[in-house]
Write a protein that binds this ligand. Sequence first.
Ligand code: F6P
Length: 532
Amino acid sequence: MKQHWDALKDHAAAVEGRRILDLFDASRASDFSAEADGMILDYAKTNIDARGRALLLTLAEAAGVAARREAMFAGEKINETEGRAVLHTALRNLSASVVVDGRDVMPEVRATHARMQDFARDLRAGRFAGQGGAFTDVVNIGIGGSDLGPAMAYLALAPFVDGPRAHFISNVDGAHAADILKGLNPETTLVIVASKTFTTIETMTNAETVRRWMAARVTDPAAQFVAVSTAADRTAAFGIPPERVFGFEDWVGGRYSMWGPIGLSLMLAIGPERFDEFLAGGAAMDAHFRTAPLAQNLPVLLALVGIWHNQMCGHASRAVLPYDQRLARLPAYLQQLEMESNGKRVAMDGSDLPYHSGPIVWGEPGTNGQHAFYQLIHQGTRIVPCEFLLARRGHEPDLAHQHLLLAANCLAQSEALLRGRSYEEARAIMEKKGLTGAELDRQARHRVFPGNRPSTTLAYDQLTPFTLGQIIALYEHRVFVEGVILGINSYDQWGVELGKELALALQPVLEGRALTTGKDGSTARLAQWFHG
Ligand code: F6P
């Protein structure tokens, strides 16, 4: 591995600062793009050339991406620190047979999926109703992977929503529950308590709050509660009968779980048929990931672009910029997917990682971001590789002119990042405005765009359930490939534990029932201030 890594580093150093624009010949645009089921990844606007790509592909091969990929799909315990398989892919490939610990796990996956479908059909048809009649609203209580996926997808698939409205309560801040409940009728609201572990303090606290809210108006609040969890004993202890518990197994990571019961709120909103189209999109990307040669493999290429920018070029962050307003929550979703998966400081064997962990991921939909942080992206001193997403068609035919404007902006931004504007060009513009001498020079310098800033564009026809499935599976596999190349375990998240433990220990301190002994001066002082 080391020689491949070093060769790439050398190559990156040798081509640093070269004009990406100069790499364009008649075929670069098609050579440096790949396609899967109508989805196009264009990475021509990066400083990766044929040699760089060959070295990256060699790195992926040397890291054993192909073998590791098959191990994942086959149900091997590639989550080595927790001794678990990683099988979210099984949730979207229901006809498969997958053996874990000598048992085919698929009959149970299929049975749960069928139960979810029946439940969704009954609820959507009003056969399963609340005390006040058919359910009009669903509140999903969950956090992290038990919230971000369905919340992101519910917004993304708004044009397909023909069932109850979905709402998402995640934050332990009581303001979140209060604001959402304010507009709801408890008699026609279904509550889904979504927690893999059913111990997460935010979720359990909010579940109690919502149960109290419902108990004030509904005779049997438990009848309007559903649980989604791997912990049947705890859901029972909470008072939810087994027929309204949708289980899954520990081989589904929280941030990879929206394909199964954690996606129930989405299924209720868009219906089981549309939900299956979402699964089909994910399965199509799985098939592409497993069969396409690495050089044409979208998740592999996206991962290699990421490795190139983060590891070889030293660009620590990555902006996700969907020119698709309904993907407004995609950056937040990808933050968890990428940063909880690949934000690790040690390799699989526990040794210190000899390079940086995965990148910082952030973003906002375009064109909003253009009027906020793009200034830094264009003229800041740090380079932020940008990942644009763009649909050819929107869902509002009567507003097609706005979609065209949106698309023009998306293409214009990646073009501007690539091309930039030279001092001479800026000077000519300011000269035309009548400026001369030192003032002309000063004003022109402020208007220079260095350009040569890398970006990729993911292009698709329209944001449908199928497309969304493709997009999410694409990013999941991208994170997987990056993790394999970095030699880390992308499927644990020990880094979230310390804060949770300290918060538990601080509760009695803030209540004034315990002393600040052992706390650092700053924490102790703030705790005393809070207690008053
Ligand atoms: O604290 C991090 C985390 O464990 C995430 O990985 C997970 O998605 C989230 O909390 C919620 O966990 P649960 O579904 O068990 O409530």
